[in-house]
Design a protein around this ligand. Structure first.
Ligand SMILES: [Zn+2]
Ligand SMILES: [Zn+2]
Length: 369
């Protein structure tokens, strides 16, 4: 099969790889129909995630169809349409029982496209399929559901829930990339009075306005703190959500959090930050960190299927799987390309469809577009 393969920092290629096989009785093999690229994949490409080694197929998001199941998979059947969670979880260990799937003690957590081969491929092996896949209702928009593998639960759990966004709150989200925008969309479940988005990209701030931001701040002069303090009559914000993952954006959050407020970190940090306890020790604030557990995926799935949440607004580009190298170039140059999420479609047919086309004497094509 074909897949996007990491070959060390700065090196990737679209390679022929062996088909995944069932290794444990709790595994499923899923034929990918749609996948995408995450900001985390770009971090991996830069060499920021040393756990990812040469030869790894990247990708931890996607939807597909079950092609094979192990003997102990009971929730799913072959041919079923499924959403793949970026978090793999056994559902049985102490962490999973607490709903902390990201820290699954039986080899789960964020492993797809990290410690095991991922979803930017024709097929993927999903361990603990019963707890790591979600059934897709008939007629649901597949592309919108790709946003449920990672970015919507991440924005919601790490930003909105940990930040304890409440009705009437003033919320600031630092970073208007796909995760920041997913946070903006899901924050509105709780009717905050104000959502202030901060970024350096005019296009992303325009999108943020369409998605419901009440104020947008372009931080090219580094004066976002002053602007937010002016907007809030020097009170600061109830919830400051860090959605970038660098010291400068964390510093904005520390400077703008109001007394009694919350700083919710979402970004993936590669460097230490300075925590200004000399100013914050008396301010009754709460600082939270979290790796997404994806425990809210079933709830978010319902809101997407009903149309209450419309994450397909985040999709800006479409590619076929054999164009995945180009898709990386586009996503990697997001500001110039005005890219948010890219959808990558796998054109390969199922075994069943191939057999049908044989029966009817139609020239069998390995891949269809
Ligand atoms: Zn991701
Ligand atoms: Zn577990």
């Amino acid at each position: 099969m074909k897949a996007l393969v990491y070959h060390g920092p700065g090196n990737r290629s679209y390679d022929e790889k062996p088909m995944p096989i069932i290794k444990e009785s709790t595994d499923a093999i899923v034929r990918i129909t749609k996948t995408t690229i995450c900001g985390t994949d770009l971090h991996i490409m830069k060499g920021d995630v040393p756990a990812v080694t040469d030869g790894r197929i990247l990708g931890h998001e996607g939807v597909g169809v079950i092609e094979q199941i192990g003997g102990n998979v009971s929730n799913f059947h072959i041919g079923e349409h499924v959403l793949i969670s970026c978090i793999t979880s056994c559902g049985r260990c102490a962490s999973c029982k607490k709903g902390m799937y990201s820290h699954c003690e039986n080899g789960g957590g964020w492993i797809l496209g990290n410690l095991i081969d991922g979803t930017q491929a024709e097929y993927v092996r999903i361990p603990y399929a019963d707890n790591s896949l979600y059934p897709i209702p008939a007629g649901a928009d597949e592309e919108a559901l790709v946003m449920l593998s990672d970015i919507l639960p991440t924005g919601f759990e790490c930003g909105v829930l940990n930040g304890q966004v409440k009705p009437g709150d003033t919320v600031a989200i630092i970073g208007a990339g796909p995760i920041g925008l997913a946070t903006l969309l899901t924050a509105q479940f709780y009717s905050p009075a104000e959502v202030i988005m901060v970024d350096n990209d005019d296009n992303r701030l325009e999108v943020a306005k369409k998605f419901g931001a009440t104020q947008v701040i372009h931080n090219d002069l580094g004066n976002a703190v002053d602007k937010i303090m002016t907007l809030t009559s020097n009170r600061g914000v109830d919830v400051a959500i860090e959605a970038v993952g660098i010291p400068a954006t964390f510093d904005i959050c520390q400077a703008i959090v109001a007394a009694g407020g919350h700083i919710a970190n979402v970004g993936v940090h590669g460097k230490p930050v300075q925590l200004n306890l000399d100013k914050l020790w008396s301010q009754n604030i709460t600082l939270t960190t979290r790796l997404v557990d994806a425990v809210t995926t079933p709830m978010l799935l319902k809101t997407v299927v009903s149309g209450k949440l419309q994450p397909n607004q985040l999709i800006t580009h479409h590619f076929m799987l054999d164009e995945v190298m180009q898709a990386y170039n586009t996503f990697g140059d997001a500001m110039k390309e005005k890219a948010l999420k890219v959808i990558i479609t796998n054109g390969i047919m199922s075994n069943e469809a191939m057999q049908t086309s044989n029966i009817f004497g139609i020239a069998m094509k390995e891949r269809v577009k």
